[in-house]
Design a protein around this ligand. Structure first.
Ligand code: ADP
Ligand code: MG
Ligand code: ZN
Length: 235
């Protein structure tokens, strides 16, 4: 029997089935006689203060906690650690969540984490990039894009809608809500009015074309790390 636990991260946009999969894995573990405990951040009070729900009504019992530290102290002061710890809506946790998961794995606990890998702007969300980096297994789920409804199930992004219109880039990162504010969309249909144009960001990186130095004029502290297309870097 291996001594260390394993971290599985389930990610994807809203409605992709993350909570459903988390609840399924906990249920299967319980059938196998494992002792499980499920947590969620208290910020997510959409459905209930004490349960995890999927959008299709499947339900699991959960302990709401304010911080990763609160979750760990609940676990560490119990007579024994559970075999399986499940965490939903992990993107809302503080940065301590990754260390908490690593601490549990080190003690042989199987950890299953579900969360949004990207915010409504399409950028990495909270500690999810770190959790994905240290995961043993990753499930990146997709949903049906509610704009083009491509049957290949292509939605990877949460679209925030305010009064039915796409929220602008400067809208707050966290706005808790369900179908009244969010829908799943594919990259082609995802809209973020005011989002900085990546074209201009990349142009800045290659400003060396103009000054001939091999690095952007305003990034001399990155010399040695950044090479322009004509500066001899290998392709
Ligand atoms: P998540 O936790 O990723 O938000 P849930 O597990 O709560 O997802 O819900 C998944 C369920 O949502 C699906 O089984 C399906 O019944 C429903 N659903 C609603 N909208 C969509 C969509 N656009 N694509 C896929 N499933 C959807
Ligand atoms: Mg969910
Ligand atoms: Zn689409």
């Amino acid at each position: 029997m291996p001594n260390k636990g394993k971290l599985t991260v389930i990610c994807g946009p809203m409605f992709s089935g993350k909570s459903r999969e988390l609840i399924r894995l906990v249920h299967i573990a319980e059938i196998a006689g494992q002792h499980t405990k499920t947590f969620k951040p208290r910020i997510d009070d959409r459905y209930s203060h004490s349960d995890v729900f999927s959008h299709d009504g499947i339900r699991g019992t959960a302990h709401p906690v304010d911080t990763a530290r609160e979750m760990l102290s609940m676990l560490a002061f119990a007579p024994r650690l559970p075999d399986v710890v499940a965490i939903d809506e992990a993107q809302f946790f503080d940065r301590g969540i990754t260390d908490a998961c690593l601490w549990l794995i080190d003690r042989g606990v199987t950890v299953v984490v579900a969360g949004l890998d990207r915010n409504f702007r399409g950028e990495p969300f909270g500690s999810m990039p770190e959790l994905l980096a240290v995961a043993d297994e990753v499930s990146k789920l997709k949903a049906v894009c509610m704009q083009c409804k491509d049957p290949r199930v292509t939605a990877t992004l949460p679209q925030r809608l305010i009064d039915g219109r796409p929220a602008t880039y400067d809208s707050a990162e966290v706005m808790v809500g369900g179908a009244e504010y969010y829908e799943a969309r594919c990259a082609d249909c995802h809209e973020i009015p005011g989002k900085p144009d990546f074209g201009s960001v990349v142009q800045g990186l290659f400003a060396d074309q103009a000054n001939g130095s091999g690095v952007p004029a305003d990034a001399s502290d990155m010399a040695g790390q950044v090479t322009g297309p004509d500066s001899g870097g290998s392709a």
